[in-house]
Ligand binder design. Structure first.
Ligand code: ADP
Length: 398
């Protein structure tokens, strides 16, 4: 039973094909620069060297066709016929308040994803392009949408309503939505498995730290709060996004420096964060290296990031009335021993004791707290594609 997972960006398309019998990844790849000069596909059949080809890919439909052709290829492929492909799962960024779980895509679902375009103007249109291209090329396979926002729909209203006039929520749908839900869901459940306890009995703070980052409070398997909000700027310091900020700073700068909304948005999303503070790079590896050579602004960026993570862990322990585990995931969470150590130093009072030696791990599941501590500290590499593949199988294949 084979399932294709698609994650479509405005000019790129990532895919993985699973055999759901054992949840094996048969192949994965990336189509880049769709509609731009220099478009190409990188494809990797499990166990084989990666294959790369430069091909003109003017739009997503052609991109999807090329992916399917590659999956059928004698040498690089993993399918004998498209009939073997039982369903396609799509990552969709925004499902608004309509979707608290994954759904089989029909016209009504497409309409709601379209309605949510103003809430995710960069992502939802790209996701829709991927879905429509796939429906065109593969009209008989069921398609499933898995939303980044869905997992956080369990937040209580006092966690998602902002303190502005209520009619802005009613009329403009302004509220905290949260993102990276598929990742928070996966790592919280995997952490429970690693701890040998039902997720329903646990209070977990999941720290998804990548280029974009968010922290979530997962109580009894449900998200009860998360650090990203209406948009993808708040919370902890990110690669190029500022994280928590006093909104009056934005108004003040716009007035003082004559910055228009579009430029301000660019500053907050693309020029801030680790890049903006360090002035070196948005890539944490570069900043860690500079900090190790005592570069003061690199050190400052690292301190802001880790202090922010520590504050959120404490805030969410408070929100849940306790904490059983802290989980680190995504590029930084899975790989940066420095960030994990700095973020957890100071949490000993709550029973979270990081173990320096056990923390010396990268990119694999590990328990990095001192044995016997009341609060476990875990590294869990995320696997959003697997969640999408599982939801797709469960919903679309009878
Ligand atoms: P995205 O949000 O784009 O999916 P990732 O989850 O891939 O991002 O995370 C990218 C971040 O992870 C970058 O800041 C990168 O520097 C960081 N990272 C990756 N490997 C390491 C490492 N070995 N040490 C420290 N940081 C790392």
């Amino acid at each position: 039973m084979k399932v294709l997972v698609l994650n479509c960006g405005s000019s790129s398309l990532k895919y993985q094909i699973f055999d759901m019998k054992n949840e094996d990844v048969l192949a994965k790849g990336l189509v880049e620069r769709i509609g731009i000069d220099g478009s190409r596909i990188k494809h990797e059949k499990t166990g084989k060297d990666p294959y790369k080809a430069d091909i003109a890919i003017p739009n997503h439909k052609v991109g999807v066709k090329i992916v399917l052709d590659t999956l059928l290829d004698d040498e690089q492929g993993v399918l004998k016929s498209l009939e073997e492909l039982r369903a396609v799962g799509h990552r969709v960024v925004h499902g608004g308040e309509k979707f608290a779980r994954s759904v089989v895509i029909d016209q009504e679902v497409l309409d709601v994803i379209e309605e949510c375009v103003p809430l995710a103007p960069l992502h939802n249109p790209a996701n829709l392009m991927g879905i429509r291209a796939m429906i065109d090329v593969l009209p008989n396979a069921p398609q499933v949408a898995v939303f980044d926002t869905a997992f956080h729909q369990t937040m209580p209203d006092y966690a998602y309503i902002y303190g502005i006039p209520f009619h802005y929520y009613e009329k403009q749908r302004v509220r905290r939505y949260g993102f990276h839900g598929t990742s928070h869901f996966y790592v919280a459940n995997r952490a429970a498995e690693m701890l040998g306890k039902p997720v329903e009995d646990l209070k977990i703070v999941t720290c998804h730290l990548g280029n974009g980052s968010s922290i979530a409070a997962v109580q009894g398997g449900k998200s009860v709060d998360t650090s990203l909000g209406f948009g993808t700027v708040p919370g902890v310091l990110m690669g190029t996004r500022c994280g928590e900020i006093d909104p009056t700073v934005i108004l003040y700068l716009m007035e003082q420096e004559g910055i228009d909304p579009k430029s301000m948005s660019h500053i907050l999303h693309k020029e801030s964060g680790i890049q903006g503070v360090s002035g070196i790079s948005s890539d944490l590896r570069d900043v860690e290296e500079a900090a190790s050579k005592n570069n003061p602004r690199a050190t400052l960026a690292l301190n802001i990031l880790c202090y922010g993570i520590r504050k959120y862990i404490c805030a969410y322990a408070g929100a849940m009335g306790g904490i059983d585990a802290i989980v680190f995931t995504a590029g930084i969470g899975e790989n940066s021993t420095t960030v994990r150590e700095m973020a957890c130093t100071g949490l000993e009072f709550m029973g979270a004791n990081i173990d320096r030696e056990r923390n010396n791990v990268r990119g694999k599941e590990a328990s990095i707290g001192k044995p016997g501590s009341p609060v476990s500290i875990l590294v869990v590499p995320t696997n959003e594609e697997l969640v999408i593949a599982r939801d797709t199988r469960n919903l679309a294949i009878k």
